[in-house]
Design a protein around this ligand. Structure first.
Ligand code: F3S
Length: 394
């Protein structure tokens, strides 16, 4: 790889040990993927924040880096294993909480903004069209590349942190124009009636296109919440970091629809719904909304539906701390908590240590279904946003 004078200095350790380690990681990555240079990044989003994933080796690695490492660009964090302020209300064990807070302290010492959310683009980490960034968290990567038109590979936790400490990432993959070109046209004939059906469509496309970049036709309009659900699902089930949607995402206009066509209809949505609804669910004992993290609009809707009522099941609404803070200030949290539901900031149903606590989960998220089964062994039932809230009240 061709490195600039400054990058060579970083690699030689002239800018500190953490920067040297970070540059070693990036150069190794660049060599594996045949990058010929580094590109400066505008912002970073780091995954691998939950102590449940990091364990003590991960915490030691972060502590070491934080001895002399400081981030050079705006850097935010993915969800942690608990609400960082009110972890007790979620039933998180004290020993886990103490370790999780040490992880956060190590990130903070490096100058990272410790908003722990998978929707950094809703809370101030918002790149512009064409910006190079280094984001981890598959749903955020899909959003950045597709909806914003920024450029990022699907980073892992260490490579994203390395990018933050150096302000650079190797120029390969989705940073290059030629790797963003759609390969399959997906013609959808049907009407998506709800946010969760966008997620279900993402799964349907993922299973038929097997990791190809898609150009989707037939969607008339889509909100930010719908696109966040769609991208999360597509990224989860296909490992895709970018898609194009005709008349909706900004880069679609650059391309002719590929000649390789796939046709999907409402029937495909319906059969996917069946696959996300486990048989033999005797009783749902956990309900969650907020994968990806809930927006303010979603929290307003939930508060409207819960006003003056009482939930009968454990119900988590997972979101970012800044959105929760607004919800606190305008009285939404009070309404939700008086109904017995919990706004869980900084975390989510996948990264919190809740394996074994529940048997069956209701959610409006296709991504949450995937991980709840794979990681936590829960049975799952996907349903619409409204049905999910109603399920908590049943
Ligand atoms: Fe976010 Fe957790 Fe879902 S990180 S996308 S809420 S699995």
């Amino acid at each position: 790889m061709e490195l600039t004078v400054e990058e060579k200095e970083m690699l030689e350790g002239k800018q500190g040990r953490a920067v040297q380690k970070a540059m070693e990681i990036l150069v190794t990555l660049g060599e594996i993927y045949n990058a010929n240079k580094m590109v400066k990044v505008r912002s970073v989003q780091i995954s691998g924040v939950s102590y449940a994933n990091l364990g003590s080796p991960g915490l030691d690695f972060l502590r070491k880096l934080s001895e002399d490492g400081k981030v050079r660009v705006l850097t935010t964090l993915n969800p942690a294993g608990m609400d960082l302020e009110e972890w007790e209300k979620l039933g998180i064990p004290k020993d886990f909480a103490e370790k999780q807070l040490e992880v956060i302290d190590a990130f903070k010492a490096m100058g990272i903004i410790t908003t722990a959310t998978c929707t950094p683009y809703l809370v101030g980490n918002v790149p512009h069209y064409g910006d190079h960034v280094a984001w981890a968290e598959s749903s955020a990567v899909a959003f950045a590349n597709s909806v914003i038109g920024a450029r990022t590979n699907r980073e892992g936790g260490p490579s994203a942190l390395a990018a933050a400490l150096t302000g650079r990432t190797p120029m390969y993959g989705l940073h290059l124009e030629e790797n963003r070109v759609p390969e399959v046209t997906v013609n959808f004939e049907g009407k998506l009636r709800n946010i969760f059906e966008f997620g279900v469509l993402g799964k349907a496309i993922a299973e038929k296109t097997k990791g190809k970049i898609v150009y989707i036709r037939g969607i008339e309009k889509a909100s930010v919440d719908e696109l966040k659900s769609f991208g999360a699902s597509l990224a989860t089930y296909a490992g895709i970091g970018i898609y194009h949607m005709e008349n909706i995402t900004p880069e679609a206009i650059k391309y002719e629809p590929p000649k390789n066509n796939l046709y999907l209809s409402q029937d495909d949505i319906n059969s996917q719904l069946d696959s996300l609804r486990d048989e033999n669910v005797e009783e749902i004992d956990f309900v969650t909304i907020g994968c990806p993290h809930a927006s303010l609009e979603e929290i307003i809707k939930i508060a409207d539906m819960l006003q003056g009522k009482k939930v009968t099941k454990e119900f988590w609404i997972t979101t970012s701390r800044p959105i929760k803070t607004i919800a606190d200030k305008v009285g939404l949290t009070k309404i939700i908590e008086e109904a017995g539901a919990k706004i869980a900031a900084d975390t989510c149903c996948v990264v919190a240590p809740i394996k074994g606590r529940f048997k069956a989960m209701a959610t409006n998220s296709a991504k949450a279904c995937y991980y709840a089964k794979a990681r936590n062994n829960f049975k799952v039932r996907i349903m619409s946003f409204e049905e999910t809230v109603m399920e908590a009240l049943k």
